[in-house]
Design a protein around this ligand. Structure first.
Ligand code: PBE
Length: 267
């Protein structure tokens, strides 16, 4: 017949994000695992990826993106993950909080609060969607805090306030991490900390926590997404625990596309 293959329809391009993201490494792995020899993943940013998605979606054109959950795109567009029978993207991932070596001794109250921090996909979703709809990051974070005093109390109850101690959190400009870092920044400020949020790429983020130039980050996706970073810096950071379970990375397409599996990209 004269039907166009999915590869031809998207020029054999997967729309990626920043090169240091774990999902980019996983996508290179998928291209190998599924023998997608003609395919490339483009680099850009989370914001450029969602802009391309919106453009394609509004025109009902095909697009394949590197996607993850939680993310507001699933609330705004009708999307689906492509099945990954070879497991290139891992399975259920977790978001971990990581701290520099010595954080517990130097900033014990913050260490405790950061270790306590955990929330649900819906919580993060509320903050992400509000920001995406134009709310200022700090306002979206404060609104969530005001609406969820019980959850914040679980992180801070019984912990002494401090008097202006400085703490530096590093994050990457992924929508999920913009939400979490803005919320925790305000919680730490309310506990008396002078908080600096530093936006970096994923590689420099892990390096900063490992060399102590950042105190902590809420942006570690494990066990698969950031496995290379976690192995590289093994022993040079402390895993402060899981803030969210059941998160996911993979290849994502609009529901209107007639494919279901990464294997379908071979045809
Ligand atoms: N992400 C969002 C990151 C982790 C959080 C999936 C884009 C990554 O791929 O490294």
């Amino acid at each position: 017949g004269n039907s166009t293959s999915v590869g031809e329809s998207v020029d054999y391009k997967i729309t990626g994000i920043d090169p240091g993201a774990g999902i980019m490494e996983a996508t290179d792995r998928a291209i190998e695992d599924y023998e997608l020899d003609k395919w490339d993943v483009t680099t850009g940013s989370g914001a450029a990826m969602t802009a391309s998605l919106k453009k394609a979606y509004d025109a009902e054109k095909p697009i394949i993106i590197t996607g993850w959950t939680p993310h507001w795109k699933f609330a705004k567009f009708d999307l689906k993950y492509l099945d990954d029978p070879k497991g290139s993207y891992g399975g259920e991932e977790e978001i971990h909080t990581i701290g520099r070596v010595g954080l517990a001794e130097d900033l014990p109250e913050a260490h405790q609060i950061l270790s306590n921090f955990n929330w649900a996909e819906e919580d993060m979703g509320e903050v992400m969607v509000a920001i995406q709809e134009g709310e200022k990051e700090v306002v979206a974070a404060q609104n969530w805090i005001d609406a969820n005093p019980d959850k914040v109390a679980e992180w801070t109850d019984g912990i002494d306030k401090v008097d202006g101690d400085e703490i530096k959190l590093a994050y990457v400009a992924w929508d999920s991490e913009i939400a979490s870092h803005n919320v925790v920044k305000l919680v730490l400020e309310d506990m008396g900390y002078d908080v600096t949020l530093t936006q970096v790429e994923a590689g420099p983020l892990w390096t900063a926590v490992a060399d102590g130039s950042a105190d902590a980050s809420l942006a570690a996706w494990l066990p698969v997404t950031h496995a290379t970073y976690a192995e590289k810096f093994d022993g040079k950071f402390e895993d402060l625990g899981v803030s969210m379970e059941g998160v996911k990375i993979g290849l994502v397409v609009p529901q209107y596309m007639d494919i279901d599996s990464i294997e379908d990209l071979k045809e």
